[in-house]
Design a protein around this ligand. Structure first.
Ligand SMILES: [Zn+2]
Length: 106
Protein backbone atom coordinates (compact mmCIF):
# COMPACT_ATOMS: atom_id res chain seq x y z
CA UNK A 1 0.00 0.00 0.00
CA UNK A 2 1.38 3.42 -0.88
CA UNK A 3 1.14 6.38 1.44
CA UNK A 4 -1.09 9.28 0.57
CA UNK A 5 0.52 12.70 0.66
CA UNK A 6 -1.46 13.46 3.86
CA UNK A 7 -0.05 10.35 5.55
CA UNK A 8 3.47 11.26 4.47
CA UNK A 9 3.03 14.83 5.70
CA UNK A 10 1.64 13.61 9.05
CA UNK A 11 4.68 11.36 9.47
CA UNK A 12 7.09 14.21 8.74
CA UNK A 13 5.23 16.56 11.08
CA UNK A 14 5.48 13.91 13.82
CA UNK A 15 9.23 13.57 13.11
CA UNK A 16 9.66 17.34 13.35
CA UNK A 17 7.79 17.35 16.68
CA UNK A 18 10.07 14.60 18.07
CA UNK A 19 13.15 16.56 16.95
CA UNK A 20 11.79 19.73 18.56
CA UNK A 21 11.23 17.88 21.86
CA UNK A 22 14.75 16.39 21.70
CA UNK A 23 16.15 19.82 20.92
CA UNK A 24 14.33 21.39 23.86
CA UNK A 25 15.84 18.73 26.16
CA UNK A 26 19.34 19.22 24.71
CA UNK A 27 19.20 23.00 25.06
CA UNK A 28 18.91 22.57 28.83
CA UNK A 29 22.36 20.89 28.87
CA UNK A 30 24.36 22.79 26.22
CA UNK A 31 22.37 25.77 25.02
CA UNK A 32 24.55 27.04 22.14
CA UNK A 33 25.45 23.74 20.43
CA UNK A 34 22.05 22.24 21.02
CA UNK A 35 20.25 25.24 19.51
CA UNK A 36 22.35 25.04 16.32
CA UNK A 37 21.84 21.27 16.07
CA UNK A 38 18.13 21.67 16.66
CA UNK A 39 17.80 24.30 13.95
CA UNK A 40 19.62 22.05 11.49
CA UNK A 41 17.56 18.98 12.41
CA UNK A 42 14.27 20.84 12.03
CA UNK A 43 15.36 22.38 8.73
CA UNK A 44 16.32 18.90 7.46
CA UNK A 45 12.96 17.43 8.48
CA UNK A 46 11.08 20.34 6.88
CA UNK A 47 13.12 19.95 3.70
CA UNK A 48 12.30 16.22 3.53
CA UNK A 49 8.61 16.97 4.04
CA UNK A 50 8.60 19.58 1.27
CA UNK A 51 10.54 17.24 -1.02
CA UNK A 52 7.98 14.49 -0.40
CA UNK A 53 5.13 16.87 -1.27
CA UNK A 54 6.96 18.00 -4.40
CA UNK A 55 7.57 14.38 -5.46
CA UNK A 56 3.87 13.61 -4.94
CA UNK A 57 2.81 16.65 -6.97
CA UNK A 58 5.22 15.87 -9.82
CA UNK A 59 4.06 12.24 -9.89
CA UNK A 60 0.42 13.39 -10.07
CA UNK A 61 1.18 15.73 -12.97
CA UNK A 62 3.01 12.93 -14.78
CA UNK A 63 -0.01 10.61 -14.36
CA UNK A 64 -2.38 13.29 -15.72
CA UNK A 65 -0.09 13.96 -18.71
CA UNK A 66 0.15 10.24 -19.47
CA UNK A 67 -3.67 10.06 -19.75
CA UNK A 68 -4.29 13.34 -21.63
CA UNK A 69 -2.16 12.78 -24.72
CA UNK A 70 -2.00 14.66 -28.00
CA UNK A 71 -3.33 12.77 -31.01
CA UNK A 72 -3.37 13.58 -34.71
CA UNK A 73 -6.74 13.61 -36.45
CA UNK A 74 -7.38 12.56 -40.06
CA UNK A 75 -7.52 16.17 -41.20
CA UNK A 76 -4.21 17.01 -39.53
CA UNK A 77 -5.87 18.58 -36.52
CA UNK A 78 -4.76 17.59 -33.02
CA UNK A 79 -6.95 16.52 -30.12
CA UNK A 80 -6.85 14.98 -26.64
CA UNK A 81 -7.60 11.27 -26.76
CA UNK A 82 -9.67 10.78 -23.55
CA UNK A 83 -11.42 14.18 -23.63
CA UNK A 84 -12.37 14.16 -27.27
CA UNK A 85 -15.14 12.31 -29.04
CA UNK A 86 -13.67 11.77 -32.52
CA UNK A 87 -11.63 14.96 -32.43
CA UNK A 88 -14.28 17.47 -31.36
CA UNK A 89 -12.11 18.87 -28.55
CA UNK A 90 -8.94 20.40 -29.90
CA UNK A 91 -5.49 20.06 -28.38
CA UNK A 92 -4.61 21.10 -25.73
CA UNK A 93 -7.69 20.11 -23.74
CA UNK A 94 -8.82 22.04 -20.65
CA UNK A 95 -6.95 19.66 -18.34
CA UNK A 96 -3.61 20.12 -20.08
CA UNK A 97 -4.16 23.90 -20.30
CA UNK A 98 -4.77 23.93 -16.53
CA UNK A 99 -1.36 22.30 -15.97
CA UNK A 100 0.43 25.03 -17.90
CA UNK A 101 1.53 28.22 -16.12
CA UNK A 102 -0.55 31.31 -16.99
CA UNK A 103 0.85 33.25 -19.94
CA UNK A 104 3.47 35.79 -18.95
CA UNK A 105 4.45 34.08 -15.71
CA UNK A 106 7.54 32.30 -17.11
ZN1 LIG B 1 -7.67 15.87 -22.08
Amino acid sequence: MTDTSDERRDRYVAAIQVRLRDAADAICYDPEDAAADAATAVADAEQRALRAELDDALASIKRVRSVHRRREGDSGSTYCEPCSNHGDIQWPCATIRALEPPKGTR
